[in-house]
Design a protein around this ligand. Structure first.
Ligand SMILES: C[S@@+](CC[C@H](N)C(=O)[O-])C[C@H]1O[C@@H](n2cnc3c(N)ncnc32)[C@H](O)[C@@H]1O
Length: 280
């Protein structure tokens, strides 16, 4: 497929109601991957199926995000912060599934990592809304990344309403960009989405700059069956081959790996320093 054909199919996919607002770089990358195997209408169908798996499946109905932000503001005034936040979190499947144990979830994770000053949340969905319930300092730096523009705009509105000045959501592709260094990087229920996008789990985790990596998996998939365990195996290989310290926390419907990655960062800085010295 040539560049023009990829561009034209990207535009077509992005003009559909369900996928309007997805980041074009992700749609283009998926078309590129699948175009070696499929063509024409079949290719379009396969691309949409893939987008459903990595994004659409996490909403039972795609909400009107502008209305959600307005409803949040109203709920906040009339019923208080906790009600408004918990109500908003019900709209995305991944955060809704975390609601029964979110208090223990963040308490346990931060007991291991210490209270972070900065958090990167990759493939964030609505998880950044939990920031209001994480018991962290109001000035915590929080960078959230996802591929759906209306959701990102809604998150920024929520941060503004709640006066989180150092929290920001960005519309982007977590696969192809580095977002800088953070104390904690959340990769919650995101590795299965990356595998769907033919992304190497190990390379992705290697290039993520943080002291602590917090990676989780759902215990059941959306259809209620046991989740395939291939990504979990790849994560275990990553931890073992790099000799990383890791604590596993089990919740009723989520398994969380809290990985200390700091010493890898030290090795990386050391190697970069060596390379610079050699250049001199
Ligand atoms: C299973 S949901 C997890 C959401 C959140 N991390 C949580 O656990 O509550 C996966 C999320 O990854 C996002 N996503 C998929 N591919 C992505 C990519 N290449 N870059 C950034 N986000 C992506 C989807 O839009 C979706 O919000």
């Amino acid at each position: 497929m040539n560049e023009k054909e990829i561009e034209s199919l990207t535009d077509k996919v992005l003009s559909s109601h369900k996928y309007k607002g997805l980041h074009p770089a992700v749609v283009e990358r998926i078309i590129n991957d699948l175009s070696g195997k499929y063509q024409g209408e079949v290719l379009e169908k396969k691309v949409k199926e893939k987008l459903h798996k990595i994004f659409g499946a996490f909403f039972v109905h795609l909400p009107d995000f502008k209305r959600l932000a307005k409803k949040f503001e109203k709920d906040l005034k009339e019923k208080g912060e906790s009600f408004a936040v918990l109500n908003l979190l019900k709209y995305q499947t991944s955060t809704r599934e975390r609601l029964p144990f979110y208090e223990d979830f963040y308490k346990e994770v931060f007991r291991i990592t210490g209270k972070p000053k900065s958090i990167l949340d990759l493939g964030c969905g609505f998880n950044p809304v939990f920031l209001a319930l994480m018991n962290l300092a109001k000035d915590t730096e929080y960078l959230a990344v996802d591929i759906f523009k209306p959701e990102i705009d809604c998150l920024n509105k929520i941060f503004q309403i709640l006066k989180y000045k150092n929290a920001k959501a960005v519309w982007g592709d977590a696969v192809s960009k580095n977002f800088g260094k953070f104390d904690v990087c959340l990769v919650l229920k995101f590795l299965p989405c990356l595998k769907e996008q033919n992304c190497s789990v190990q390379r992705f985790l290697d290039t993520t700059s943080c002291r602590w990596l917090v990676v989780s998996f759902p215990k059941t998939n959306l259809a209620g069956r046991r989740q395939k365990e291939t990504e979990e195996k790849e994560l275990s290989e990553f931890i073992e081959s790099r000799n990383l310290r890791c604590k596993i926390i089990e919740f009723s419907n989520e398994k969380v790996f809290v990985i200390y990655k700091h010493h890898l960062e030290d090795v990386r800085s050391h190697l970069q320093g060596e390379m610079k010295r050699n250049e001199i």
